[in-house]
Design a protein around this ligand. Structure first.
Ligand SMILES: [Zn+2]
Length: 400
């Protein structure tokens, strides 16, 4: 779950988060333009113009990535898939879906929307570039002289246009979980009606592409000239890193599907922890800490009165009151009350439980029926079930 980072705000009801790693890409893009490309294209520009242009270009690049991700989210919404959050990070972005797409058509259009948006943006930026640059020079003018004559705005537009095309192209590589891999998965899913098989094939495509990137990256790092990418240690390691990331993402997405399939018809009731101690609301915080928190590995306790659940109190809550005052306050004052609590019914599926835990970054959920606590469910309870009864391919289960 990636909720760390800078919360920028909401766009069309979608929360936009910038991961800290994005500062690295922003710095890298600004540096490579400001210290490399721009002074080469425009030897007559002063340092001020060069760096302002570099910063503006990097910022507009991030805006392009944001629009790409936003188009996934809004297309998803049109198909009834809730996408509450977009996280932009070092390799682009992730639109965080609350549910998996319900059908292959939703998946197909949602995946395709991003690259289509990038192509459209590329065309718009290039078009605007030609408008801003004015009439093209006669054919006998050398290309570098034409580039040199461009204003900062025209330079930014001519840089952003092709870059958006590259973004579209990279994302259309047919390896899951890239957009192209999602398109491929949707098509196989539509043709065979078998989501598991479609995901396996698309994620194998992703791993193949990842292996090619890693091999190319190492070849470059060893000084071998690779067409289009060139050669060099830094560029090579960068490419290998992207490959490694893609490989992990492909493996994870497939595993997530296996987990979902294993858990689909397992109820929370079968998996939950029933060895749960409940506490009365009037219990002093000091007693709660000394007699319960410190003497058991139960991390959260239902607060119950006359059989009814009032709230949940955990280790995190005791810090709401200074330690010196623990004697005079009760757990009812620091608990999370039922109204603010996410709970789950015993008849719900264990996959829904894992989903609810991840979507809200929680450690446990009380299992409640008609206001009465039946047990608690944590990630490790579900993983324990998977390790005994789950798919043999899930030898090292991970977070779904
Ligand atoms: Zn995309």
């Amino acid at each position: 779950m990636m909720t760390r980072g800078i919360h920028v705000g909401r766009l069309f009801g979608v929360e936009v988060v910038l991961d800290w790693s994005l500062l690295i890409i922003f710095a890298l893009v600004t540096m490579s333009l400001g210290a490399g490309a721009l002074p080469m294209w425009h030897p007559d520009w002063g340092a001020g113009v060069v760096w302002l242009t570099a910063v503006a270009s990097a910022a507009l690049f991030l805006v392009s990535v944001l629009l790409h991700e936003l188009s996934h989210a809004l297309t998803g919404r049109a198909f009834g898939i809730s996408v509450p959050r977009i996280t932009l990070f070092v390799f682009g972005g992730v639109a965080q879906m609350e549910d998996e797409p319900t059908g292959w058509k939703a998946e197909f259009w949602m995946a395709l929307a991003g690259p289509l948006t990038s192509v459209a943006l590329g065309a718009i930026f290039l078009g605007l570039g030609f408008v801003v640059a004015g009439p093209l020079p006669p054919v006998d003018v050398a290309p570098e002289m034409f580039v040199r004559s461009l204003s900062p705005l025209a330079t930014i537009l001519f840089w952003l246009g092709p870059l958006n095309f590259v973004l579209a192209l990279f994302n259309m590589v047919p390896g899951f979980p890239l957009d192209g891999g999602r398109v491929l998965r949707a098509l196989i899913w539509g043709a065979t009606g078998d989501l598991t098989r479609a995901t396996r094939m698309a994620s194998n495509g992703g791993r193949l592409f990842a292996a090619i990137l890693i091999a190319t990256g190492f070849a470059m790092a060893l000084g071998i000239q690779v067409p289009f990418f060139g050669s060099g240690l830094l560029g090579g390691l960068w490419l290998a890193l992207i490959g490694w990331f893609l490989n992990n993402a492909a493996v994870m997405s497939y595993r997530q599907l296996l987990i979902r399939e294993s858990l689909g018809d397992v109820t929370v009731e079968r998996v939950m922890n029933i060895d749960v101690r409940s506490l009365p609301p009037g219990l002093p915080i000091k007693t709660f800490v000394d007699d319960h928190l410190l003497r058991s590995d139960q991390r959260a306790y239902p607060v119950v009165e006359a059989g009814r659940l009032l709230g949940l109190v955990s280790m995190r809550d005791v810090y709401k009151i200074p330690r010196a005052d623990w004697e005079g306050h009760t757990i009812a004052e620091i608990m999370t009350p039922t109204e603010a609590l996410v709970s789950i019914r015993p008849s719900a599926s264990a996959y829904d439980a894992i989903h609810a835990l991840n979507a809200r970054a929680l450690n446990q959920l009380p299992v409640v029926e008609d206001g009465i606590v039946k047990g608690m469910i944590r990630r490790e309870d579900i993983l324990r079930w998977l390790s005994i009864y789950g798919d043999g391919r899930l030898r090292a289960p991970i977070e779904a």
